[in-house]
Design a protein around this ligand. Structure first.
Ligand code: PGA
Length: 263
């Protein structure tokens, strides 16, 4: 696991965007796994800038999003469909047919989730999955207790997650209690993972995920089982890591021996 500590949110966003851009340039039909929330906004902004100014081409890129609120229509202002449209898809040259986001209105959730998994598999699998982390250590909406082998399915959100996400809705009561999310097992199948975490509020979840035991109670700790993970943290999110100085030292040394095997 690579732990890259940068000064602030902007630097973390630029770092994550540069990794994704590198993937797209080396594989123009890359399959990206995408995330929503406040964290990836800066990354998407930077990718849009690269598209406009540096010819980053999304015309053959395909995407699969981690999750969607259950019960929200794609055009609902707080749906993750709308979030992705407004913050990335409408601003780059991606084809609508290449975009996949769980359908919050599906009538047969089980069948929909099996098809979503099947589509990911048939596309060749996700090359690089972008991830945020919840204060409870969740990846996607894999709340504490989610099996580390779980696949795409319906999950009940914790009260903490509902409260955290209430800032996007006019009232807490409007926040959906259920979501369709890729499972931890689905996420671990991606070839590369990038986790971005910034701000002091994420410090404990980051510590538990990177330096704690692997446990279903902190689903992001499953990252420790994956062979190709990069965690991009700002100073505030990294403050509780006991091996912080070592991670910084590793990156310093790595600059001089950059190899293709590293992402
Ligand atoms: P945030 O959410 O980026 O809005 O902090 C992250 C998450 O819950 O995964």
């Amino acid at each position: 696991m690579r732990v890259v500590i940068v000064s602030d949110y902007d630097s973390a966003s630029k770092k994550a965007a540069s990794i994704i851009a590198k993937e797209i340039r080396s594989k123009p039909n890359a399959i990206l796994g995408l995330a929503t929330g406040s964290t990836p906004l800066g990354t998407y902004k930077e990718l849009i800038r690269m598209h406009k100014k540096e010819n980053l081409d999304f015309s053959r890129v395909r995407t699969f999003n981690l999750d969607e609120y259950y019960g929200l229509a794609p055009n609902h202002p707080q749906s993750y469909h709308r979030f992705m449209e407004e913050n990335l898809f409408s601003k780059v040259n991606i084809k609508a047919a290449n975009v996949h986001i769980p359908d919050g209105l599906t009538k047969d959730v089980g069948a929909f989730c099996r098809r979503y998994e099947e589509k990911i598999r048939r596309s060749g699998g996700i090359d690089i999955q972008l991830l945020g982390i919840g204060r409870d250590g969740h990846l996607g909406f894999n709340e504490p207790g989610s099996s580390l082998g779980s696949r795409t399915r319906l999950k009940t959100l914790t009260e903490e997650t509902v409260r955290d996400n209430a800032r996007f809705f006019s009232k807490t009561e409007d926040v959906p209690r259920l979501a369709i999310t890729m499972g931890v097992g689905t996420i671990l199948d991606a070839r590369k993972l990038i986790l971005i975490a910034t701000g002091e509020a994420k410090a404990e979840a980051v510590r538990a995920s990177i330096e704690g035991s692997v446990t279903a109670q902190v689903t992001a700790s499953a990252l420790q089982l994956h062979p190709s993970v990069i965690c991009v943290l700002d100073e505030a999110a990294s403050q509780l890591l006991t091996k912080r100085d070592y991670y910084k030292y590793v990156e310093k040394i790595a600059e001089s021996v950059e190899s293709e095997a590293r992402i």
